[in-house]
Design a protein around this ligand. Structure first.
Ligand SMILES: Cc1cc2nc3c(=O)[nH]c(=O)nc-3n(C[C@H](O)[C@H](O)[C@H](O)COP(=O)(O)OP(=O)(O)OC[C@H]3O[C@@H](n4cnc5c(N)ncnc54)[C@H](O)[C@@H]3O)c2cc1C
Length: 289
């Protein structure tokens, strides 16, 4: 349970961190809150030769809103998301979901950027970012690029981020009037990862669904974008029968593995149930309830 040797770097700016990452390349790992990386290092599942600690870069903690888009610094902690008035005003779902992550100790250090960059399908932010249509700002030696959440997750623990790139900012469109969002998470006990989770975002216009997005946590090698389930809702007045059909489509998009949290069939059915609950709640909120 003791990690291997590593060099430690603590840059004071994003430019300095990007330059270090460019120079040290695949031998280096970025350190954010450390709640996923350090356990992996202790188990020797990760053995970086260098750690680049982002903890001293104040600009990465800033949360702002510009032209209807929330811009969240990658080093904003879960606790900061929960406490942010801007997030509560423009996209309360992010704060609600952050409050369901782990326990206060983890939430005080764990960051939204680390949660997204880690590529763990058990983490909650990836599915939420898919459903919210977020995008991620990546900074590397060749400058900056923006990747949509839908293009970011490639495979288990594998993302579109290159070895010399940093995640610097998460951009989330503020929820529009007439739009409701909900995240439903089933877990064995407080502080645990999801058995299954579902995020739903529903926009209502003239009594019908004008926009829908549904994404699932911990039921596949990456967060699952349940596009067919969402598409089924669009253009229709949503009722219980339609919600049931959408949940079936969401279940058919699942590919969980059996583990301590349960067998495949149980996890798949729970993803369906979380989808039903998330759609119902998002619909209620879209209607102002
Ligand atoms: C007991 C426990 C329970 C937990 N339960 C949950 C849960 O229910 N839901 C949930 O979502 N998470 C859960 N987590 C995980 C937790 O949220 C972690 O904090 C999160 O996965 C990683 O964030 P971090 O800031 O700690 O990142 P780190 O552990 O520091 O980094 C994780 C990975 O991301 C990379 N990385 C970090 N930041 C960046 C960046 N800005 N740019 C590029 N790469 C970066 C690192 O190099 C590393 O590979 C739990 C953790 C623990 C210990």
């Amino acid at each position: 349970m003791i990690p291997g040797n590593f060099d430690y770097h603590r840059p004071g700016s994003v430019d300095e961190a990007a330059a270090l990452l460019g120079r040290l390349g695949e031998d280096a790992k970025v350190l954010a809150g450390g709640h996923s990386l350090l356990p992996m290092m202790k188990l020797r599942l990760a053995e970086p030769k260098s750690l680049i600690d982002l903890g001293a870069i104040a600009e990465l903690r800033v949360i702002r809103e510009k032209d209807g888009v929330l811009q969240i610094g990658a080093m904003a902690t879960e606790a900061a998301l929960i406490a942010s008035d801007l997030i509560r005003r423009h996209c309360p779902l992010i704060a609600e979901a952050a409050a369901l992550i782990a326990d206060p100790q983890v939430r005080n250090r764990g960051t939204i950027g680390g949660d997204i960059a880690h590529g763990d399908p058990g983490n909650d932010h990836p599915a939420i970012m898919l459903a919210l249509g977020a995008s991620f700002v990546l900074r590397g030696g060749k400058g900056e690029r923006v990747v949509a959440a839908g293009d970011f997750y490639r495979a288990l623990f594998e993302t579109a981020m290159k070895a010399d790139e940093l995640l610097v900012e998460i951009r989330v469109p503020a929820l529009r009037p007439g739009t409701g969002a909900s995240y439903q998470k089933l877990k064995r006990k407080v502080g645990d990862f999801a058995i299954a989770g579902a995020a739903a975002v529903i926009g209502i216009k003239d009594g019908r669904c004008g926009h829908a997005a549904i994404a699932l946590t911990n039921v596949g090698p990456t967060a699952v974008n349940a596009e067919a389930a969402a598409a089924l809702l669009v253009g229709k007045a949503i009722d219980e029968a339609l919600i049931g059909e959408a949940a079936k489509l969401a279940m058919s998009a699942c590919a969980p593995t059996a583990d301590l949290r349960g067998p495949v069939e149980y996890k798949t059915r729970m993803a369906g149930e979380m989808t039903r609950r998330a759609i119902r709640e998002a619909l209620k909120r879209a209607k102002g309830g």
